[in-house]
Structure formats: C-alpha cells, structure tokens
Design a protein around this ligand. Structure first.
Ligand code: EPU
Length: 417
C-alpha cells in the first residue's frame, strides 16, 4: 500500500492548477445513462472514484472513450444490465447515483445498498422515498435496492433532510418523467447546479437548481451534449488551508472563488490575505494563524468536506477553536491521528475543541477517509521532522496527483510504494 512521506516545515509557495470537481464529475457521468447519444465531458479529474464510476458504467454497457486531454465521451446507446453490484458500491457510495437515471431510462434498477461507511451511517432513504413518490416500486432484496417503474410520474417531493446525491438522483430521474416534479428542501450545492446545467443542455427543463426548490418539467427524451466539469471547490479549499497552515503564498488557477465564500471568510478570519479574481484564488499568510470556530452545514454554509483540513489549521493556530460537525455523525477520526502529531483536541459529541499548539511533531499516522487524509497531509507539512501518512488510497479517491501538486508548491513530499 502506498504511503506519503513528508518533511515538514517548508511554507507552500507558487502556482498550481485546480482539477475538475469529483462531486460534480460523478453525478454528471451518471447523467449519460439518460440518453442514447454521446455526452462529452472535459476537465475530468483523474481520480480513483472517477475510474470506479467509468468501470461501473462500462459494465452496464456504456461505451467509454477517454482522451489524453482530460476528456471523456460516454455513450449509453443500450443499457445492457441496470445493475450496480456490491463490490463497486462498497468502495464508492456515489454509485447510488445510477439509481435515478437507470429507473428513468430502463424502468428497472438493482443497486446494492452501500452499507457501513467510515464517516457515518449515510442512509439512502430520501432517494428511495422520492422515487416511490414518482411511482417506483422499491424493495430491498438480498442487500440490493430493487426498483421498478413504468414511466415515472412528476411529484412534489419534500426532503426530510438536505441531501446532495439524493437531490441529484431525483433531479435526474425527473427529467424523463411524465409531468412536473418539484423538489423542496433541495440541496443548493454548486455541483447540483452544474448537473442541472448539463441536463438542460441535453434537453431537460430544470429551473431553480442552486436554490432549495427545483422544478423539473419532464420531457420525452434527452440528447447528447458537451460539458466542462466545474472546478473542485474542496481541492481549492484544501490547498488554501495548507498554504495558510504553513505560512505560505499561493495562487490557484482554473478555480472559482465565488463558490467558496464560507471557506474564504474563515481563512480571512484566521489572518490570511485572500484575493479572488476570475478563475484565480490567491492566498498569503504572513503570521501564525489565529484559531477559528466553525459549524458545518449544507451549502452555502461551511462544508463538512473542509472540516478536517480546518482542524489541522486550528491545531497549530494561536488560541482555541470550536468545531461543530452537523452533517456526519462520525467525522472526527482524524482528531486521534492529529493528536499523534501533538495536537491538543478534545472531542465531546459532535464538537471538537482545538487548542492551538505552537508546533507539531512528525510521526506515522493513518488516513481513515478522504478528507481526514487531507488534514493529515496538512499537519505533516507543518510538523517538525518527518511524517508518514499511511493508507493514502483514500486520498487518491479524491485528490488528483496531490503529491505532485504540493511538490510544485515547494513541499518536500514523496510517495513510497
Ligand atoms: N442522509 C439521510 N438519508 C438520505 C441521504 C442522506 O439520512 O437518504 C443523511 C446522511 O446520512 C448525512 C446527511 O444526510 O448525514 C447528508 O448526506 P448527503 O446525502 O448530502 O451526502 P452525500 O450526497 O452522500 C455528498 C458528497 C460528500 C459530502 C456530502 C455533504 C458526493 C458524491 N458526495 O455526499 O462528499 O460530504 O454530500 O456535503 O457528492 C467527499 O467528497 O469527501 C464526500 C464525502
């Protein structure tokens, strides 16, 4: 298993390009199931999760042609087997995103229930409830969601909780339904809006994506299109947090500061100078960071996917920060690993009290999930001496060439096979 070995202590400095967003790419690729015509995506991030999704789609009969310029063409001329098997779903929960498109296109789907997950229970009841309201018959059979429907019917669906992939699944299913669907209490994440833009370019009629009420007028069929995947706001935020923690100066290209307000506000509160220009975000940190307190919540509030990285920042900041996680019930596993590097963190329920230490010390730590891994890398960049981050397959699921990009910014980091 690969590891990252980091010699801490160098401030990040320089320029790097941000990749396309993982959490936009995954639902977008599933949208290709809704038409027999080719759908082309550019700015595709090269990630393990993207490869897994391509493998899943290919198994269903989707023709996949990758080019060497971050592009892919997907053509679902015939869906031969509307099935997402357990061995793929257990490695990537986002596989659930095929459920809505498969039901809408084929009238049936078998998708494995995701099962346990390192960051919490993450049930899919809202996906199922919404599809049932649209007329689908759904039962659980041998660990699989077995769904059937004639043509889905438009419905008014009020989500009990805000769910990102739930909103995306129902929005995709509704594009081909008979009549109008209204999704209330919908997720407002920019990735939902990116998906809606692509679906509209395929002939769908979606209004309100990016707000908490989305209206979808069903159409008879969708057609092919070409779509550029939006930039990854979490990768952007991760590099900014790393630069802030190391006292660095960086400039990120190919990104969008406007979809990152809550994170940029917290970085400024920590003492960073942040500048946003079209397509570029720059940050300079000329002092020891000040602790920040934050509470995760659905977009546009502070994202749960940036919580771990800010815990690493608070670990070396001046003062005490209080971090409250409201989205996932078990997303503090990085705290124990950060403690191995000398961080002073006290956990009580869904709150972490982080007392900033003047320095951290290198050690061997273990990555437990994707964003936890990113926080350990940030802590390793700051810590004195050598830090080894084990189990970095989590990191490869969601960060494209992270060690290459960090090396480009002057970090002393290498991958050991
Ligand atoms: N939930 C339910 N029932 C449902 C759906 C969700 O109870 O039917 C609960 C979950 O258990 C969780 C909360 O609702 O407590 C929010 O979950 P959500 O459905 O919004 O999460 P998700 O769609 O599974 C996406 C991202 C995650 C990100 C969350 C929250 C993708 C592919 N994944 O997950 O990304 O943390 O939204 O913003 O878009 C990551 O990239 O590291 C990652 C985990």
């Amino acid at each position: 298993m690969d590891k990252l070995v980091i010699q801490g202590g160098s401030p990040l400095s320089g320029e790097v390009r941000v990749s396309g967003a993982k959490n936009a790419a995954l639902p977008l690729m599933c949208a290709s199931l809704l038409t027999g015509e080719p759908v082309r995506f550019s700015n595709l991030p090269r990630l393990k999760d993207v490869t897994t999704m391509l493998g899943l789609l290919a198994r269903m009969g989707v023709q996949v042609s990758l080019d060497d310029r971050l592009g892919v063409e997907l053509r679902a001329e015939r869906v031969t087997e509307p099935l997402a098997p357990y061995d793929l779903v257990k490695t990537m929960r986002a596989s659930i995103l095929v459920l809505g498109p498969l039901l809408a296109r084929c009238g049936e789907a078998r998708v494995s229930l995701p099962g346990g997950c390192a960051i919490g229970l993450r049930p899919v009841d809202q996906h199922v409830k919404g599809l049932q309201q649209m007329g689908a018959e759904i039962r659980v059979d041998q660990g699989y969601i077995a769904a059937r429907a004639g043509r889905l019917r438009g419905a008014r669906i009020v989500a009990d909780i805000v769910t990102v992939t739930g909103t995306e699944n129902l929005m995709m299913a509704a594009t081909l339904a008979h009549g109008t669907t209204v999704l209330e209490n919908a997720a407002r994440e920019p990735e939902v809006a990116d998906l809606a833009n692509c679906l509209n370019a395929m002939g769908a009629r979606i209004r309100g994506a990016g707000t908490d009420v989305i209206t979808i007028e069903g159409v008879d069929h969708l057609h092919g299109t070409a779509h550029a995947i939006m930039p990854d706001r979490i990768e952007t935020g991760t590099f900014l947090a790393a630069a802030a923690a190391t006292g660095g100066t960086i400039r990120l290209h190919g990104t969008d500061g406007k979809i990152l307000d809550a994170v940029l506000d917290k970085l400024r509160e920590a003492g960073a100078e942040v500048q946003v220009e079209p397509g570029v975000v720059s940050l300079a940190m000329r002092r020891r960071p000040k602790s920040v307190s934050l509470r995760t919540a659905p977009y546009p509030a502070f994202p749960t996917d940036m919580q771990a990285q800010f815990m690493a920042l608070d670990a070396i900041a001046e003062g005490t920060g209080v971090i409250t996680e409201t989205i996932f019930e078990n997303r503090f596993m990085h705290a124990l690993e950060l403690q191995r590097l000398g961080a002073d963190i006290e956990i009580s329920g869904n709150t972490a009290i982080v007392r900033g230490a003047p320095r951290l010390q290198g050690a061997t730590v273990m990555a437990t999930d994707l964003r936890a891994s990113a926080s350990l890398v940030i802590a390793g960049l700051v810590a004195e001496g050598e830090t080894t981050v084990e189990r970095i397959y989590h990191l490869d699921r969601g960060y494209e060439s992270i060690e290459e990009k960090l090396s480009q910014l002057g970090a002393r980091i290498r991958r050991v096979h």
